[in-house]
Write a protein that binds this ligand. Structure first.
Ligand code: XMP
Length: 517
């Protein structure tokens, strides 16, 4: 086992030169069943050697290698005898630091370009078409490969679009193999891993789980751990892994705020208590939340009321657990990367269950710290969690409280739960669920006139919101086919009492937000 690679004896380091692509590269390597980790370009050769990687990938980056203060890698890294693949800026850096030449071309290349293989394409491209489509994004170009290294492909504006030398263990591509638009991208990465690094590709979900289980047992010993379940994917998978490791030394706390989606609370109880046999403290706190929300209409005031009460209820439940020493957190790898420290163990303030107390005095157990979201879902599946939980869309901590405009009442929650269920069910029936980032219904604080049968109605409208997104920072409204919208609309109006109108929100973010409050 490699001490730096959970569940594997093979580690590939991805050096992040500041492009948005480093995470994508790390994921592509993992898709080839090789564990990868992102490191800063300031890493020293000694630090690299200590981690004992089987290969290193330099990412692209926004700099020019000729710019003042351009980031370079410790040249000692080239002396370690570890295969290196440079991508875009990474390839230019390898050329520049090893006797090649990088020059400014008349025009850069951005977007799709045709790559032509010069020789047989070398180890990276052998057996692929002589001409193929690749994704480019560069201004400088390599005009001479590193000393003793052969160019293996070119494009109209990049005379050395790929190079390699097996003896020196140097590989480079000017294009971006990690993006979908590069036809042979995954192949290039896999060739580097297999032929360049001699990787066996044995990192699997089962091996991650085994290692996590071992580590948790070692960390917790015969003490006790507590885990707050929110109904979301991360806390559910974290709890399932920890339960596999320490069984009944784990107690879960699930606070049902009454503001969850239809059947969501039951799903959590069914899965964890009945199927997994987890010791679960299930607090049905709906009434207390409705009391706290009576008369509250302003969005931030609602969030505050929900967040504060959540903490109080969680603390009460925690008091019932004798001597818990550890708190399980569903921290993911992107949170670790963003926090900028591999070893940071702080509790996120924007915790999805609505905020945990600041002064919690627990040691943290974070079994998902090295995983990306899609890997967490795979681990969940492997552990037997149902699709309803593993595939769940992001859901705000304050729940339906911020999807009911104005005062939140039990009746309004019941109305919204029903409409929201229909919207999501129809999207699922249409097979569109996975393309959509979040889809839900919103209940505004207005009523309008309608006619049903011979009767005039005066009821609530329901707004359907469905967006596509990568990370919730920006989002676009989903182009749901008209017939699917029509089914949603007629079902909501016919099946949900008190609703007589359905609207579809066609605002992107920005200028809108995903939620309505
Ligand atoms: P907006 O509405 O700002 O939402 O575009 C971006 C993402 O954040 C979620 N969201 C929240 N999550 N507590 C949370 O845990 C909150 O108060 C909250 N408000 C919004 C939202 O669902 C979307 O995924």
């Amino acid at each position: 086992m490699n001490a730096s690679a959970p569940g594997s004896d093979e580690l590939v380091l991805v050096v992040d030169f500041g492009a948005q692509y480093a995470q994508l590269i790390a994921r592509r390597v993992r898709e080839a069943n090789v564990y990868s980790e992102i490191v800063a370009p300031t890493i020293s050769a000694a630090e690299v050697a200590e981690k004992q990687p089987i290969g290193i990938i330099f990412s692209g980056g926004p700099d020019s290698v000729h710019a003042d203060g351009a980031i370079a890698i410790d040249a000692g890294v080239y002396e370690l005898g570890i295969p290196i693949l440079g991508i875009c800026y990474g390839a230019q850096l390898i050329a520049q630091q090893n006797g090649g030449l990088v020059d400014r071309t008349d025009r850069g290349e951005y977007g799709r370009t045709t790559l032509t293989l010069d020789t047989d394409g070398g180890a990276l491209l052998r057996g692929t078409p002589a001409e193929q489509s690749v994704w480019m994004s560069h201004f400088d170009a390599i005009v001479k490969p590193p000393l003793g290294v052969t160019a293996t492909a070119s494009t109209p504006d990049a005379p050395v679009a790929a190079f390699e030398d097996a003896d020196q263990q140097l590989y480079g591509v000017q294009f971006h193999p990690e993006v979908m638009h590069t036809e042979q991208g995954q192949h290039v990465i896999e060739q580097f891993l297999e032929h360049g690094c001699g990787a066996s590709g044995t990192w699997t979900m089962a091996s991650i789980i085994d290692t996590a289980v071992e580590q948790i047992r070692e960390q917790v010993g015969d003490l006790r751990a507590l885990c707050g379940l929110s109904g979301g994917v991360d806390s559910a998978v974290a709890a399932a892994v920890v339960h596999k490791a320490i069984g009944d030394q784990l107690t879960c706390v699930f606070v049902d705020t009454g503001l969850m989606r239809l059947n969501e609370g039951e799903q959590v109880v069914e899965t964890f208590e009945r199927n997994f046999g987890v010791e679960l403290i299930h607090v049905e706190a709906g009434e207390r939340f409705f009391e706290a929300l009576a008369g509250v209409t302003e969005p931030e005031a609602k969030r505050k009321a929900i967040g504060e009460l959540f903490i109080r209820v969680f603390e009460d439940a925690q008091g019932q657990v004798e001597g818990a020493d550890f708190l399980v957190q569903g921290t993911l790898y992107p949170d670790v990367i963003e926090s900028g420290s591999e070893h940071a163990s702080t509790i996120k303030s924007h915790h999805n269950v609505g905020g945990l107390p600041d002064d919690i005095d627990f040691a943290l157990v974070e079994p998902l710290r090295s995983l990306f979201k899609d890997e967490v879902r795979q681990v969940g599946r492997e552990l037997g969690l149902p699709d309803e939980i593993v595939e769940r869309q992001p859901f705000p901590g304050p729940g339906l409280g911020v999807r009911i405009i104005g005062e939140v009442t039990p009746d309004k929650v019941a109305t919204l739960q029903h409409a929201d269920f229909i919207v999501r069910e129809e999207l699922k029936n249409a097979g569109l669920e996975r393309e959509i980032w979040q889809s839900f219904a919103v209940l505004p604080d207005i009523r309008s006139v309608g006619v049903m049968g011979d009767e005039r109605t005066y009821g609530y409208p329901v707004i359907i919101r469905a967006v596509t997104s990568e990370d919730a920072m920006t989002a676009d409204w989903a182009r749901i086919p008209y017939d699917v919208l029509e089914t949603m609309s007629s079902r909501v109006i016919n099946e949900v009492p008190g609703v007589n109108r359905v609207a579809y929100d066609i605002t992107s973010k920005p200028p809108g937000t995903i939620e309505w409050e």
